[in-house]
Design a protein around this ligand. Structure first.
Ligand code: IMP
Length: 430
């Protein structure tokens, strides 16, 4: 399986970084293909605990080539900070390449993201406030600044001059904010380009050659299928396509070149930010799932926000499997359920007199569905030491098997703790 797309099959935060870290040792190339520093991947390995936002999680293996692909939006200040931190902690970034086609998150994107959010009031989306939406909007409106522009003084100045005038009108007249200085931004971003120049490249030949030579390639997703701008719970979504189609577009490879789509699912469900969440729970049950105070704590890596938690939702995840052609599943955080006497799984929705098979498109309707639960026996035994499927208690095996049956994909990996070795490989991915 030379080219594998690893994508989130829920609302993000499924533990993708943990799995990429595991799989990167087998991959020759890891490509981050979309999103920006709205993502946060926590990786725990023998080198320590790392929180990555932009650098692909394959960076810890010195022999792996890591690419930030054309589909990513990059805040250069954040990326430089991440590179410096990794280097300071002994992790080499010599094989990190940044696509010259990737778009740059500019200061006005961050300001507008935050100003637009506060002006939405009760209708806020709960964005990460990192400028992601406005940066993707500018890309589509063809007024974005790309990484390549940071290396070309005249282009950068001309493009910035063209766009900043309009942004300043928006900032001052609509939002009563201070205007931004063309001169300051120009010099600052030119300097960022200079600092990143050793990493900036035409990444197409790197990716194309690896695919042509059948090298194991991992396409590293960020966010999750239910945050997809087309297929997610719109408008409570991110502004990019985080799924397998986005992997093709954002990395620059064709769909026929992807051999397997690995969908990452938590053994339950979480969501950060606003938006419908049919299986959400509160109270004591929620406390167990939140794992506060442990390395698995349900706190956003990027924003530090407490994640909303709930039972596994097979309707949503089955839909994610179908939309993305997921053939293999990685079920993460199974150990979080270790203490529960019984575990609920949502197998269907009830909507008035009907039972919709797929998630309704409109938030107003989706918010009205009532989950139909199946209650499965818990195992009340620690699973954190299990390393083979047969080491798991029978009820845990049955739980994992039931999730796969409900969503319609085979089981690949189970994770039972944040450590690199706390994984059970049922079917090899590469
Ligand atoms: P944005 O991507 O910052 O515009 O945020 C839009 C929505 O996507 C918000 O609900 C965020 O909380 C959510 N979101 C964005 N990135 C992630 C992620 O990496 N994990 C989980 N949720 C995310």
């Amino acid at each position: 399986m030379p080219v594998v797309a690893l994508i989130g099959a829920q609302w993000g935060d499924e533990g993708k970084g943990h799995l990429v870290d595991l799989l990167a040792s087998k991959a020759r190339l890891v490509v981050r293909y979309g999103g920006g520093n709205n993502a946060g991947h926590t990786v725990v390995n023998p080198l320590g605990t790392f929180k990555l936002h932009l650098v692909p999680s394959g960076i810890f293996d010195p022999s792996t080539v890591n690419v930030i692909g054309p589909g990513v939006v990059i805040d250069p200040e954040v990326l430089l900070g991440e590179i410096k931190d990794l280097e300071a902690r002994g992790v080499t970034t010599a094989k990190l390449f940044i696509s010259e086609r990737a778009h740059v998150i500019m200061p006005y994107h961050i300001m507008l993201d935050q100003l637009q959010e506060s002006s939405r009031g009760a209708g806020k989306i709960g964005t990460t406030g990192r400028g992601i939406g406005p940066a993707y909007a500018d890309k589509m409106s063809r007024v974005g600044i790309r990484v390549a522009d940071l290396l070309h003084e005249e282009t950068l100045l001309n493009r910035l001059r063209g766009v900043l005038e309009e942004k300043n009108r928006l900032l001052t007249r609509i939002y009563n904010a201070k205007p931004l200085s063309l001169h300051d931004i120009y010099l600052r971003y030119l300097d960022f380009g200079h600092q990143l120049s050793d990493h900036i490249a035409n990444v197409h030949p790197i990716i194309h050659r690896a695919v042509e030579k059948d090298f194991p390639v991992l396409l590293e997703g960020a966010q999750g299928a239910l945050l997809d701008v087309d297929h997610g719970t719109y408008p409570y979504v991110t502004s990019s396509p985080p799924g397998s189609a986005g992997a093709c577009q954002g990395a620059g490879i064709g769909p026929t070149q992807i051999n397997s789509v690995l969908g990452v699912l938590k053994a339950y469900t979480t969501r950060v930010g606003e938006g419908p969440f049919p299986t959400e729970i509160e109270g004591d049950e929620a406390t167990v799932l939140r794992q506060i105070g442990t390395p698995w704590a349900e706190v956003g890596t990027t924003t530090g926000r407490l994640r909303r938690v709930g039972w596994f939702d097979a309707v949503m995840s089955r839909y994610a499997v179908q939309v993305n052609g997921i053939d293999t599943l990685a079920i993460t955080k199974l150990d979080v359920l270790d203490t529960l006497p019984t575990i609920k799984v949502c197998t269907g929705y009830r909507l008035h007199e009907t039972q919709p098979e797929y998630p309704p498109a409109t938030v107003a309707v989706l918010s009205q569905v009532e989950p139909i639960y199946e209650e499965l026996p818990g195992w009340q035994t620690p699973t954190t030491e299990a390393r083979r499927f047969q080491d798991l208690p029978d009820a845990a095996q049955a739980y994992a098997a039931r999730l796969c049956q409900l969503v319609g994909a085979r089981l690949g990996i189970i994770s039972v703790g944040p450590g690199r070795d706390q994984t059970i490989v049922v079917n090899e991915v590469f």
